[in-house]
Design a protein around this ligand. Sequence first.
Ligand SMILES: Cc1cc2nc3c(=O)[nH]c(=O)nc-3n(C[C@H](O)[C@H](O)[C@H](O)COP(=O)(O)OP(=O)(O)OC[C@H]3O[C@@H](n4cnc5c(N)ncnc54)[C@H](O)[C@@H]3O)c2cc1C
Length: 407
Amino acid sequence: MAIDFTLSPDVEDVRNRVRRFMDEEVRPTEEKLRQNESDRNAYISAIVGLRQRAQDLGLWNPHLPAEWKGMGLGPVAMAFVSAEAGRTGMGPYIINAQAPDEGNMHTLLHAANPEQQEKYLRPLAEGRSRSCFAMTEPEVSGSDPTLIQTRAEKDGDDWVINGHKWFISGAKGARFAILIACTDPDADPPQARNSAFLVDLPQPGWEIVRDIDTMAGMGNHCEIRVTNLRVPNSAMLGERGHGHLLGQYRLGPARLAHCMRWIGNAEVALEMMVDRALNRYTHGSLLADKQAIQWMISESVLEMYAAKLMVMHAAYLIENGLPFKHEVAMAKYHVANTLWRTVDRAVQVHGALGYSTDTPLERLLRNARSARLVDGADEVHLQTIARNTIGWYKEEGNTRKATGDLL
Ligand SMILES: Cc1cc2nc3c(=O)[nH]c(=O)nc-3n(C[C@H](O)[C@H](O)[C@H](O)COP(=O)(O)OP(=O)(O)OC[C@H]3O[C@@H](n4cnc5c(N)ncnc54)[C@H](O)[C@@H]3O)c2cc1C
């Protein structure tokens, strides 16, 4: 198998253009806004201006094909774009590739019919609307979607939906939701119980109970009460009983997109760690000269290098239509934990300053904790990896396939 790590000139060009835009325009604006966080008008006008600028520079919708106002990049090129955008807080939103909209756009491209695409994907792609994806429920384990209790019942040509959701990112201000509900409670296998619905928002049957206050503050992760919500049969996204499949389809590339942004976050923390080590003097030398600090730097670098290779390999598999779920599970677990450990080490090297709110590290740390929960908790990915490994070992008597089928 040929392994070529050089980037094609067009990917290199896109990466450089995104990097320049983030460095020269997005990050300086972000820093200016941070100094006066209460000025909501300045914030909105800066965002509107930067999103227009991204469109003018041709750095809009990197993940969508040209007919949807996109750059038509595949997962490999997207890895570079998302990692560059992830080095800033608002970068992904500025180029219209933020969660959960990016995953929803992929889902609509894949599963929506032409009318649904025109109604829901078009405004998303043009940056005129936002969306949310509503699956998780407080009463049952989100790790096992076959347990979903939100119920959609047929009433003539309509569906009437009742249930309870939470941690629905982006729900406040969303113009529509992709809502997963149980339509066929007796289906066998249980993975065929759920269907997906496109729900116009706001509407009376959809009540935002609260924006959940998380350890990273109120991030628009909402609790939703769904009461006698009526939608026409035409609101079903994909086929009846395909809600689980659709979730799986969405989560593969969406998980990887998260990983790419997290690599950007982790790299910022690593650079801060090195910079602080080069500038802090104690006990006769710089921190950078102390072996204990060098090991923290080295461990972070090694984990990050492995993280990048894993993401690149998984992106390559998706791009080439090859089986990717095992590699995405490994990348998701590894990158989420690399982010957590790297930011924690950076806090350590900064001492009390790292614990203060004077640097971006505390915000990065509080946000990083959710990476080990969202899009599959650590243990669920470890379970998948072990199950695949044991299965392949039984079939083939070795673990080669489980370790990326590379060497
Ligand atoms: C910031 C944030 C944003 C989110 N955004 C969305 C969103 O937009 N839409 C949406 O639908 N959901 C969203 N979620 C919910 C997220 O997808 C769920 O939290 C996740 O799927 C886990 O479900 P749960 O919280 O119910 O945990 P549970 O399923 O109850 O699991 C709890 C813990 O049990 C352990 N566990 C679970 N399964 C196993 C197993 N098989 N073996 C061993 N241990 C196990 C793990 O340690 C896990 O952390 C979001 C969550 C967060 C924190």
